[in-house]
Ligand binder design. Structure first.
Ligand SMILES: *Cc1c(COP(=O)(O)O)cnc(C)c1O
Length: 426
């Protein structure tokens, strides 16, 4: 029997000499591992997060409050924030320094497409550099009207609507589009064709028709309420809509698409959370695109949502001059995990007319993914998606880790770029 014991194992664990060798090998390996992220550790110091702003943000906020003769209480009131969205170039010029050319270009775009920035987001823009990542997302650029590429509806959403307000492109889930209103009209908006001239919530009878479609189609187990920004509906309407969905037996989960944790965190109120808490399970996907957007105020909003039992995810859009950099994207995902938002998707920017100056190369996206996997927590690694044209759906794009496959013989490429044969026992 004694012979059956694994003698080499016994020796390895008991022999002090080999213990020492193992420890030395592990220390060496740790030094190599540390080396693989030195570039990131150096770079991240220079990438500001919303948590680093402190004084700068306070000053910006006070300047805006003073200009609007408003109070702290106003600032924390989402209705006040919405009513005071900045929509005119003269107002904007009071807060950010605009060149004459900036002014002319913004005015030129204004004639074509609405723009609006919540006072909260403007305070963040004031902390950013001119034409920096937050500026680019919120302040119009002349390329929006000089763009000759792209189409208004590359996703053919208008072709995939089997009932009013519904987009259905997948077998078991669909979108209900409830409003065109947003706290801020992002300059990279993929649904800019819906922005129109006025804010417009879908009327109750349209939502009734959408609900009826869900009721009649029993394979729909996942309903995504989006817009515009779904959380710009009033609490009463949300309460009714979520209640109706909750009452449909085959609807297993409800999802909400909203950017308010980023652009209007004041919208996350105790009463909103109390109503969300009544209808579990609810998943909210939001859109943080840059670490500067992860602020103490957005953290507060996320904390409240998590306490209400909501599961939070992030759908970043890969945007030129905003986040098309592996270090920025890694830092963004780290900041998000700190506020309990799980990175879910990185979308390649779509070919939407007026936004094509934001489009990056697919190599930018692949480099970002390559620099996440293995180098950081798997939790910080979203799926990179290109939307196939004409509504053919979300298509995952990933660096290649399976170099070859012949029957059970695989050739793997590890995160460190080591090429290793692997055989699956048959
Ligand atoms: C993105 C999308 C969904 C949700 O897709 P998931 O991959 O499940 O997050 C559902 N319906 C439509 C029409 C969509 O565009």
């Amino acid at each position: 029997m004694a012979i059956e014991f694994n003698s080499s194992k016994t020796e390895n664990t008991l022999n002090p000499e080999s213990m020492k060798n193992k420890r030395e090998a592990a220390l060496k390996r740790a030094a190599i591992l540390r080396e693989t992220i030195q570039d990131y550790l150096a770079a991240r110091e220079k990438i500001p997060s919303g948590f680093d702003l402190a004084n700068q943000y306070e000053q910006a906020r006070e300047a805006i409050l003073k200009a609007f003769e408003a109070t702290e209480e106003n600032w924390n009131d989402w209705h006040w924030q919405l009513r005071h969205r900045i929509t005119e170039v003269d107002t904007l010029a009071r807060f950010v320094s605009l060149s004459d050319q900036d002014r002319e270009e913004i005015a030129a775009v204004s004639g074509h497409l609405r723009w609006a920035i919540s006072p909260y987001y403007l305070a963040l823009v004031m902390c950013d550099e001119p034409h920096g990542p937050l500026w680019r997302q919120s302040i119009p650029s002349v390329q929006e009207i000089t763009d000759t590429n792209g189409s208004d509806d590359p996703m053919a959403e208008s072709w995939t609507s089997p009932a009013p307000a519904i987009t259905r492109r997948y077998p078991d889930r669909l979108i209900i589009n409830v409003t065109n209103q947003c706290a801020m009209f992002c300059r990279h908006c993929q649904r800019r064709r819906n922005i129109g001239r006025v804010d417009c919530h879908k009327p109750r009878h349209t939502l009734e028709k959408a609900l009826n479609y869900v009721r009649k189609n029993r394979e729909i187990r996942d309903v995504l309420i989006t817009g515009g920004d779904a959380l710009l509906l009033d609490d009463l309407v949300l309460d009714w809509l979520l209640g109706e969905l909750q009452a449909i037996p085959h609807v297993e989960i409800k999802r909400i698409g909203t950017r308010v944790p980023v652009t209007l965190p004041q919208r996350i109120t105790p009463s909103l959370c109390a109503l969300l808490e009544k209808y579990p399970p609810i998943y909210i996907n939001t859109q943080f695109n840059h670490p500067l957007e992860v602020t103490p105020e957005s953290k507060r909003a996320c904390d409240m949502l998590v306490r209400a039992g909501v599961v939070l995810g992030n759908q970043a859009v890969l945007l030129r001059g905003v986040n098309n950099n592996p270090h920025v994207m890694k830092k963004l995902n780290h900041e998000l995990l700190k506020v309990r938002v799980r990175p879910y998707y990185i979308f390649h920017a779509k070919n939407v007319r007026g936004t094509t100056h934001f489009i990056t190369s697919v190599d930018d996206g692949l480099a970002i993914m390559e620099n996440l996997r293995g180098y950081t927590s798997g939790l910080a690694v979203p799926t990179y998606i290109i939307n196939a044209p004409y509504g053919h759906g979300k298509t995952p794009i990933a660096p290649n880790y399976l170099l070859a496959k012949r029957g059970n013989q695989l050739l793997l490429r590890t995160w460190e770029n080591k090429i290793i044969p692997y055989e699956i026992p048959s």
